[in-house]
Design a protein around this ligand. Structure first.
Ligand code: ZN
Length: 111
């Protein structure tokens, strides 16, 4: 639903490719640290493969030429870019929130 990983209510994106800095509902900072979204690239690769592989196989079985397959795959990725961009960041944030929690500024261990 493209919502904040902490409160699940605040929208993450302000416009199609621009994120809110913090959750408008609970104030959760979406970019946890500089370079935080590097990890989202991995999610974006997975989404990209999930989109491209079935198309690739179907076209291969149908006997399409390599140039045709590449053309269709590149067009799909270009069209799907905003979707991949948004969902890869969302997946990453929810994944991180699930495993690392959503406490604000956890203190050092033992404090
Ligand atoms: Zn929130």
């Amino acid at each position: 639903m493209q919502r904040c990983p902490r409160c699940l209510r605040g929208p993450v994106f302000a416009r199609i490719l621009s994120m809110n800095d913090t959750c408008p509902v609970c104030g959760w900072r979406f970019e946890r640290e500089p370079g935080y979204f590097t990890g989202a690239m991995y999610a974006s690769y997975m989404i990209g493969f999930a989109i491209v592989l079935p198309v690739w196989f179907v076209m291969l079985i149908a006997g399409a030429s390599f140039a045709w397959i590449m053309g269709v795959v590149l067009a799909l990725l270009a069209l799907g870019f905003p979707v991949m961009f948004r969902y890869s960041r969302l997946l990453w944030m929810h994944f991180d929130a699930f495993f690392n929690g959503t406490e604000d500024e956890p203190g050092p261990p033992g404090s």
